[in-house]
Design a protein around this ligand. Structure first.
Ligand SMILES: Nc1ncnc2c1ncn2[C@@H]1O[C@H](COP(=O)(O)OP(=O)(O)OP(=O)(O)O)[C@@H](O)[C@H]1O
Length: 287
């Protein structure tokens, strides 16, 4: 997908899986519960900033075309973990990471992986909207043009329109595509950043508190958008807002001091948590 070696690994795995399935008796295959569709798998992920360990043996399966929320008190490692999924931590010199993260069974930390390609498969939206100081059109067109994924002006126009439509922004900006993206409202800028992420056709979108700088109305618009986007993309969202996690996420992971204390479907985690620490956090006893 983003490296030759990685593609070969997947091909082997798929053929092995097919062989196993073909050898299974018909009855037992019918009785199997369908395997959850795992898009990203983290296994024993440990992360240090210099001498300080910020993540301890994080294991997590992120399901395809679902929203997974990462919650937990400030400093518990949510953003550090999120940034591992598209190797954004590589940009921090003191960081050391151990363990394994796979995207569709391919190890994203394999030395053969092209990180720029990886980040086009795993896009990111940040807390503070950060459009380029360019026009709305150029904000979307810049990366596809750079990657050479579109050839003609007509294709580029179409890509810009479709990306803005999917991000729920087209109607508001169709008549001013060549004005600066920075002149939009905060909520519009954040949807522009989502459109920019979508334009390179990612499979996974990471969102680090995408609505925390927005007013309640713009927040509601972003939450509705997340709900629509999950039909097509796998979304991982860091949020401090427990109501937001409960509203938008299919699954929720509760982090505490660099560990995942509990992971479950969101309804169960909020209504019937297994762990005392989870219950204390969601009932506001600390954090
Ligand atoms: N660039 C960095 N250099 C050194 N330490 C860092 C860096 N980024 C985060 N940390 C430390 O790692 C730990 C986890 O931080 P992280 O930002 O991942 O937590 P978080 O749960 O996302 O917090 P918040 O909810 O406050 O954003 C904290 O102790 C933090 O101080």
């Amino acid at each position: 997908m983003y490296s030759d070696a990685a593609t070969q690994t997947t091909a082997t795995t798929e053929s092995e899986t097919t062989m196993q399935a073909d050898n299974e008796p018909e009855m037992s295959r019918q009785n199997h519960a369908p395997e959850p569709d795992v898009k990203v798998r983290a296994e024993n992920v440990r992360l240090w900033y210099g001498q300080t360990q910020a993540l301890h043996n994080v294991n997590l399966d992120i399901h395809a075309r679902k929203v997974t929320a990462l919650i937990g008190p400030s400093g518990c490692g949510k953003s550090s973990f999120l940034r591992c999924i598209n190797r954004m931590n590589d940009l921090i010199p003191s960081v050391h990471i151990e363990g394994r993260i796979t995207l569709e069974d391919e190890d994203i930390y394999d030395p053969s992986v092209d990180v720029v390609q990886l980040r086009s498969h795993v896009g990111m939206v940040f807390q503070k909207p950060n459009p380029f100081p360019k026009s709305i059109y150029e904000n979307i067109a810049y990366a596809p043009r750079l990657h050479g994924t579109v050839n003609s002006r007509r294709d580029l126009d179409e890509l810009v329109e479709n990306s803005l439509k999917r991000a729920g922004l087209w109607r508001e900006v169709a008549d001013r595509l060549h004005t600066p993206g920075t002149e939009l409202s905060g909520g519009q800028q954040q949807r522009l950043c989502i459109a920019r992420a979508i334009a390179v056709n990612p499979e996974v979108i990471l969102m680090d508190e995408p609505a925390s700088a927005l007013d309640p109305l713009a927040t509601a618009t972003i939450e509705e958008l997340i709900d629509e986007l999950k039909d097509r993309y796998t979304i991982v969202i860091v949020t401090h807002n427990l109501q937001q996690a409960a509203r938008v996420a299919n699954y929720t992971a509760f982090f505490h001091m660099g560990e995942i204390i509990e992971f479950n479907d969101t309804d169960t985690l909020f209504t019937n948590p297994r762990e005392q620490k989870t219950e204390d956090y969601i009932t506001g006893r600390y954090g």
